[in-house]
Design a protein around this ligand. Sequence first.
Ligand code: HEM
Length: 147
Amino acid sequence: MQPKFLGAIVAALAAVFLLAWKTPVTQDGHSESALHERMEDLNSTLRRVNRLVKDKQKISEAVDLVVEMEHDVLDAKGEVPPRADKLEGAVRDSFVLGYRRDMIKLLVMLTELEMACLEGNTDAAQAVVERLVSHRNASHELYQDEE
Ligand code: HEM
């Protein structure tokens, strides 16, 4: 076999291994979506933020975490929830548009939260977290797949 082809085969195999390694697989053997991963990240960061914003001495530590969440939301905003696969035509279009709008609303809330944390305003920050959690719950009702 020519070295050129051998090189191509090795590169292709390496790409397959890399993909398999990068794609998380659930216990029942299904691949998790990139969106799911961003959501899990958002969840664990929100827990830490929620603790920090209650404490005047620690609220400034929340700033970088909130910025991390903003990046996660920017990524998630470009994804399409798996539930869209079950829809077609205009219904699917309005589902995807609604999802995007609600992601943008979340991003706006996060920038408000960032501002409150920068200002050291624990009351304002906790109020934003409360709104954010209601928005999360309402959005999950609309866009998460029913099991
Ligand atoms: C900071 C706010 C949010 C947090 C902490 C969060 C957290 C999570 C978590 C932990 C999951 C996985 C749940 C499970 O597997 O049972 C999830 C899934 C999901 N969330 Fe969120 N979420 C937030 C906001 C939103 C918003 C605003 C939307 C829609 C605009 C949304 C749409 C979804 C969708 C579609 C899934 C299913 C993803 C999939 O399985 O591929 N989430 N979220």
